[in-house]
Ligand binder design. Sequence first.
Ligand SMILES: *Cc1c(COP(=O)(O)O)cnc(C)c1O
Length: 353
Amino acid sequence: MKYPALIIDKKKIEHNTSLLADKCRKNGINVAAVSKVFCAIPEVAQAMIDGGAYMLADSRLSHLRTLKELGVPKMLLRIPMKSRADEVVDLCDVSLNSEIDTISALSEAAIRKNKVHNIIIMTDLGDLREGVWYEYLIDFVGQVVGLKGIHIQGIGTNLTCYGGVIPDANNLGKLVELVEQIEKRYNITIETVSGGNSSSLYLVFKNEMPKRINQLRLGESIALGLETAFGERIEGTYRDAFTLALEIIELKEKPSYPHGQIGMDAFGQKPVFEDKGIRLRGILAAGRQDLNLSGIIPRDKCIKIIGGSSDHLLADFADCSHKYKVGDIVEFDLTYGGLLAASTSDYILKVIV
Ligand SMILES: *Cc1c(COP(=O)(O)O)cnc(C)c1O
């Protein structure tokens, strides 16, 4: 085994998916499992399928290309680039959309390829990331109805991403109301009502999800066992499907207050120190070039991260009763941001167990 490593337990991913997919299914909701946070490693995505995800979803075309051989439909999450309409039609079965020019480009691409491309039209219910502002949604749908090569498969929304707006009976109720108005006005059936991401799950757990919402797009809840409206652990899921493992390269007793005149650190910041006397300090072999150091949490609670430079992570080991030594491996949990950075880093070995 080589370090630094990101160890991924695919059985735990399968378990988390299965627990959430079962809960959702009981409420008439299908789970599109989101693979972007682990860069769509196919074996891990397959574990999501084995756990009951009916679809895989990702923000990037490159990731969808990686997932091509897996046997479920694929969804593109990020609003497509108009310039890449051809690839969108080739690589996914459904994409989330909010721009008429892009939808027209998808229509032309689909016609050229003799295909029908499914879209979910996104509406912004107040979070201020993607989507047609809800007051203009019905008219917008009117521009899309009748476009050849395009099938309006659904209406969707995304919350708690930019504005931190929490999904509730009010805003998701509004989504359902809009769907019903659209069906009446244009005499069409909306198959999929996509009610958001891991922040919508708490409504499922409380049995308060408005009827008709029949799809959620779940990433963080599967990967980390966290619901994201309130940041709580989801009972019965694993929090530790992903483990970051780093090796200790130096472990010495040193003063906690630098000796000499203090200027700037390696990143141009003027550091501040508290003098705690002599402490046992360790250096782990990874730094800011490898990781997002604020997104990693030592599993052994006695270890405290005290800083880091490009390639060194400094930690205080003085409160540990376990006797660590050079060459030992220290394990970390990851936050969403920490996992995103570790997955994306070329310097972190990915090990699937
Ligand atoms: C990333 C993403 C998701 C998944 O969000 P989680 O909070 O990880 O569940 C869902 N929908 C869209 C549009 C996304 O970009």
